[in-house]
Design a protein around this ligand. Sequence first.
Ligand code: BTN
Length: 329
Amino acid sequence: MPTVEHVILRELLAREPGWVSGTALAAKLGISRVAIWQHMEKLRAAGFEFEAQRSRGYRIAARPGTLHPQLIETQLRVRPKGFTLLVLDEVDSTNDEAARQLAADRPTPFAVLARRQTRGRGRLGRVWHSESSANLYASFAFRPRVEPERMQTFTLWMGLNLCELLANFAHVAPGLKWPNDILFNGRKAGGMLTEARIDSDQIRDLVFGLGLNVNTPAGGWPADLARRAVSLAEVAGAELDLNRLAAALVGRVLLAYQTFVDREHLKLFADLWHRYDVLRGRPIALLEGGRRHQGTVTGLDDEGALLLRDAHGKVLRFRAGEVTIEKSA
Ligand code: BTN
C-alpha cells in the first residue's frame, strides 16, 4: 500500500522540475491542505528540501543524500509481486539481517539496505568498512530451490550486471575482478558476498550482499584503505544520487536474478564477461588454501572457475582464491 508520502513524492517526481499544487495533492489523496503540509514537513525532516509558492504549490529543491525508503520505492521501475524493501538506519550486517528475516519466514524476494553496518563482512572473514551513509550496503534474499551446482556462476553474473548498471548510470568504466570485486584502475569500489543455505540437494535460500562505495570523497578513507578503495563519485567526478542508484540497483538485481534462474543468462554471459573481465591475459598470483600460484589468466570455465596457465604451460583451474594482478614482464 503506498503511503501518503509515496504519493506526494510520486507526483512531485513526475512533474519535476515543475510544480504541484497543494490543492491538487489534497484532492488526489482526499486529505486537507494542512495535512499535506504536515507530510511535507516529515519529508523535510528526512532530508528533502521543497520550494513552496502560494500560487504554484511545491517542487523538489533537494533530495536526501542518505537512503530514503519512499524515495527508493517511488523510483523502482521493476517490482516483482510480493517484493519488499527494508531500509534500516543501522544494522550489524545486511547479510545477517537478511538471514534472520529468512529464518523468520519473510516471503522472498526482499532486500535489506542499511545506512551503516556495525559488522559489515567481506569474503574470507574480512571486515567491510561500513561507516559512511554516503555508500550502499545492500542484501537481496531469494529462495531459488535449485541444485547448488546451478548457482556456481551466480556471483559473477551479478557482478557483470552491476558493472553494466554502473557504466550506464554513472558513465564510468568498471571492471570485474574474479571472483567478486568491482574495480576502477585497480582500486576497489564494490564487493559481493553471496551466502546460501543448502538442504540435502537444493538451495533453501540465498543472500546476495553488495557493498558499493558511492559518495565517499577522495581522502575520506581510513589509512589502510586509502590506496585500495575508490568511490564512484571520485571516478565520475561528481556525487551520485544515492536513492536513484539504489532504486536502479534493486531493479537490476531482481531482473538479473530472474534471468539467471530462468537460464536466460547463458546467451549473454560471454559477451558481458569479455566486456568487463579485468584478468584475461594478465599475469597474476592466486592464493588458495595457503598456497600461492602464479601464471597468466586464460579465461573461465563453465562452472565459473578461473583458468591459469603456469610457467610450464600447464592450465590450472581454481574455484576460489585471492587474486593479485602482477606487473607484466
Ligand atoms: C568482499 O569484497 O569481500 C565482499 C564485501 C561484501 C560487503 C557487503 S556490504 C552489504 C553486505 N553485508 C555484509 O556484511 N557484507 C555485504
